[in-house]
Design a protein around this ligand. Structure first.
Ligand SMILES: *[C@@H]1O[C@H](CO)[C@@H](O)[C@H](O)[C@H]1NC(C)=O
Ligand SMILES: *[C@@H]1O[C@H](CO)[C@@H](O)[C@H](O)[C@H]1NC(C)=O
Ligand SMILES: *[C@@H]1O[C@H](CO)[C@@H](O)[C@H](O)[C@H]1NC(C)=O
Ligand SMILES: *[C@@H]1O[C@H](CO)[C@@H](O)[C@H](O)[C@H]1NC(C)=O
Ligand SMILES: *[C@@H]1O[C@H](CO)[C@@H](O)[C@H](O)[C@H]1NC(C)=O
Ligand SMILES: *[C@@H]1O[C@H](CO)[C@@H](O)[C@H](O)[C@H]1NC(C)=O
Length: 370
C-alpha cells in the first residue's frame, strides 16, 4: 500500500553508516525512512544482526528478523518475546505481540537499552534513565533509528507445543452453541505437536508462507483492540466478510480475518503508564486483512471502505468511546489518538518528546504523533 518512493537505498553495514547516512541526508535536505522486516520497501538493516549474549540479556542488531533471533537464542537454550510472524523485524517499536507475552510482557517490555540515531545524526544510548525510553516502547518509530537493542532473554522453560486446527464450512456459528467446537461439525481437523519453533509454520506465517513473500499484493489491515467478543456484532461482520470475499467478482478472495488472543498475564503485570504502548487493558487484537492485487485508486478506496465498515461494526459492538488500534498493523486513516491512546497525558508526553527529539518531524512517515 502507498509504496514510499526512494531515490537512494542505503544498506548500512555498521552502526556508523546510519549516523553518516542521516547526516548526509540532513546536509542535502533529503527525507529518510528506516525500515526492517517486511513493513517497508527500503532494504533492511539486515546485515546488522550481531547477537551478543551474556545469560540474561542479548544485544541484537536493528535489522534482524524474528526467525533469525529465535534460532540464535534457541541454539543457546534461550528465548525471549518475539513476534509470531518469522519475517517481521524483531524491533517492535509499536509494542510487539508474541507467543510468550503471557509470561514476560510485550516485545518492547524486554528492552533494557538501545542505541538510537536521532534526527540530527547523533548516536545516543537510551535506557530507563532517559525519558525517551518510555516513548521508544510504543511510539519509537517517531523518534529515531534503532541500530541495536539490548533485551532480556530467558532460559527455555517449556519447549513443547501442540495445536489442533478445526475447519468448518461457511456457516455461522450460532451463539446458542455451547458445546465444544468439534460438536459443531468441522469438515476437517488436524492435530500437530512440536516445539516453539513450529508455531509460525502451524499458523501460516513462517518464512516459507505467502505473507513472508514479496507478491506485489496489497495487504491492508484494519485493526481494533477489544476487551471481549460480542457475538451480536460478530454475526454481521462474518456476513459482510463472507459476502465480500466469496462473490464471483471479488478481488479479495485471498483475504483473511485475524483474531489474535494472546496470553495477557505478562502484559498486564506491567503498569499502564510504564511505556507508550497504550492498550494493556485490551485482550483481543482483531483485524480483517484484505489481500488484493493493486489496480488503481478506485480499488484501494473500495478496500478502505470495506475494511473500515467491518471494523466499525466491531467498534460499535465494543461499547468503547474511542477506537483502540495496534499501530504496527494500522491502515493509516486512524488518528494519533487511536494509535497512541486517548488519555491526554499520553498525547501531551509524546508531543513534548517529539518537540525535544524530532521537532522537524523527520521521523513522521509512519503513524506520526503529530
Ligand atoms: C548482562 O548484561 C546486563 C545488561 O548490560 C547486566 O545488567 C547484567 O548484569 C549482565 N549479566 C551478567 C551475568 O553479566
Ligand atoms: C536469517 O535467516 C535467513 C533465512 O533462514 C537466512 O537466509 C539468513 O542467512 C539468516 N541471517 C543470519 C544473519 O543468520
Ligand atoms: C505428537 O504427534 C505424533 C505424530 O506426529 C504422535 O504420534 C504423538 O502421539 C503426538 N504426541 C502428543 C503428546 O500428542
Ligand atoms: C482493473 O481495473 C480496470 C478498470 O479500472 C478493469 O477494467 C480491469 O478489469 C481491472 N483488472 C483486474 C485484474 O481486476
Ligand atoms: C454488542 O453489539 C451490539 C451491536 O452493535 C450492541 O447493540 C450491544 O450493545 C453490544 N453488547 C455489548 C455487551 O456491548
Ligand atoms: C541532537 O539532538 C539531541 C536531541 O534533541 C540534542 O540533545 C543534541 O544536542 C543534538 N546534537 C547536535 C550535534 O546538534
Amino acid at each position: 500500500m502507498d509504496v514510499p518512493v526512494a531515490n537512494v537505498v542505503v544498506v548500512p553495514g555498521t552502526e556508523n553508516d546510519v549516523v553518516e547516512t542521516v547526516k548526509f541526508a540532513n546536509g542535502h535536505s533529503l527525507p529518510f525512512l528506516a525500515t526492517n522486516g517486511v513493513h517497508g520497501s527500503i532494504s533492511t538493516l539486515g546485515k546488522m544482526t550481531l547477537i551478543a549474549k551474556n545469560g540474561t540479556t542479548a544485544t541484537i542488531g536493528g535489522g534482524i528478523r524474528s526467525r533469525n533471533l529465535t534460532d540464535a537464542l534457541w541454539a543457546a537454550g534461550k528465548q525471549t518475546v518475539t513476534g509470531t510472524c518469522e519475517c517481521v523485524g524483531y524491533l517492535a517499536l509499536g509494542g510487539g505481540h508474541g507467543w510468550l507475552q503471557g509470561h514476560h510482557g510485550l516485545v518492547s517490555d524486554q528492552f533494557v537499552s538501545m542505541k538510537v540515531v536521532l534526527a540530527n545524526g547523533s548516536l545516543i544510548t537510551v535506557d530507563e534513565k532517559s525519558d525517551l525510553f518510555w516513548a521508544m516502547k510504543g511510539a519509537g518509530h517517531n523518534f529515531g533509528i534503532v541500530t541495536s537493542v539490548t533485551s532480556k532473554i530467558y532460559d527455555i522453560q517449556q519447549p513443547n507445543y501442540a495445536i489442533e486446527t478445526l475447519i468448518f464450512k461457511g456457516v455461522t456459528v450460532d451463539a446458542a452453541h455451547t458445546a465444544p467446537f468439534k460438536k459443531i461439525g468441522p469438515i476437517a481437523t488436524q492435530a500437530l505437536n512440536g516445539t516453539y519453533l513450529d508455531l509460525a509454520k502451524w499458523t501460516g506465517i513462517s518464512l516459507a508462507d505467502v505473507p513472508c513473500q514479496k507478491t506485489g499484493n496489497a495487504n491492508p489491515r484494519f485493526p481494533i483492540y477489544l476487551k471481549l467478543y460480542n457475538a451480536t456484532a460478530q454475526k454481521p461482520v462474518y456476513d459482510l466478510f463472507r459476502q465480500a470475499t466469496t462473490n464471483a467478482s471479488t478481488p479479495f478472495s485471498n483475504s483473511l480475518f485475524m483474531f489474535e488472543g494472546y496470553s495477557q498475564g505478562g502484559v498486564k503485570a506491567i503498569s499502564d503508564d510504564a511505556t507508550a504502548f497504550a492498550y494493556r487493558a485490551d485482550n483481543l487484537l482483531v483485524a480483517p486483512l484484505l489481500t488484493y492485487t493493486p489496480n488503481g485508486t478506485a480499488l484501494d478506496a473500495f478496500a478502505s471502505k470495506l475494511g473500515n465498515q467491518m471494523r466499525n461494526i466491531l467498534y460499535e459492538g465494543s461499547g468503547e468511546t474511542s477506537l483502540n488500534t495496534y499501530v504496527n498493523y494500522a491502515y493509516g486513516d486512524e488518528t494519533p489518538v487511536a494509535w497512541y491512546g486517548s488519555e491526554s497525558w499520553r498525547q501531551e508526553r509524546l508531543h513534548a518528546l517529539k518537540e525535544d527529539f524530532d521537532s522537524k518531524g523527520q521521523f513522521s512517515f509512519y503513524a506520526p504523533i503529530a
